[in-house]
Design a protein around this ligand. Structure first.
Ligand SMILES: [Zn+2]
Length: 197
């Protein structure tokens, strides 16, 4: 049986995080009933975003410019870099508006199980940034999972000779998950109560 455009759409939606086949069907039907007001604008927005998005050469953020709007801003504190696992974490921190420094996206965590080593993450780029005169503090905001802790440890060791202060988000936060799952208040508090390691 031929797969129709609608079937294909449902299959694609079902691959999104948090959506299974059932919610994908509901979402697609919702769109079909709002063809003019939602479906076509969504299709256009997806196409525009796919066309425009760029990965920032400096920090790894995803934006429509390279360098990204954070790296390009003249209002950021360039002496502090917050190291995160994923772009979602960077966006979560930006949403809280409680951090005014720059970021560095590692692109994951070290994981023996998944065969992810230091060369698979953006660690060399971070060390290069830390070695410049203007950087005085690096905040390690990787998750409190075993892999996240191992990664923070490893990165701290690699930065040991850079002459920068290294700190970690306040203890207990985030526990076993991405920063994105924390509410803004908790995240702001974790940044403010960071401890030097
Ligand atoms: Zn950037």
């Amino acid at each position: 049986m031929a797969v129709t455009a609608i079937d294909q759409l449902i299959q694609l939606f079902a691959r999104l995080p948090g959506l299974g086949p059932r919610s994908a069907r509901r979402a697609v039907l919702f769109l079909i009933k709002r063809r003019e007001s939602l479906m076509l604008p969504l299709a256009q927005a997806l196409s525009d975003a796919a066309e425009a998005m760029k990965s920032c050469d400096i920090c790894g953020n995803i934006d429509v410019t390279d360098p990204c709007s954070v790296c390009n801003s003249t209002r950021r504190d360039v002496s502090v870099i917050c190291v995160v696992e994923d772009v979602a974490d960077l966006w979560a921190l930006e949403r809280t508006a409680s951090f005014s420094g720059l970021y560095h996206v590692l692109g994951g965590t070290l994981s023996a199980l998944d065969g992810i080593g230091p060369e698979d993450l953006a660690i060399a780029g971070l060390v290069a940034r830390a070695e410049t005169d203007r950087v005085s503090e690096i905040i390690l905001a990787t998750s409190a999972t075993v892999d996240g802790q191992t990664t923070a440890h490893y990165v701290a060791e690699r930065l040991a000779d850079c002459g920068v202060k290294i700190s970690r988000l306040a203890h207990g936060v985030p526990v076993g998950g991405e920063l994105d799952y924390l509410d803004d208040g908790t995240l702001s508090a974790a940044i403010k109560a960071r401890r030097e390691i």
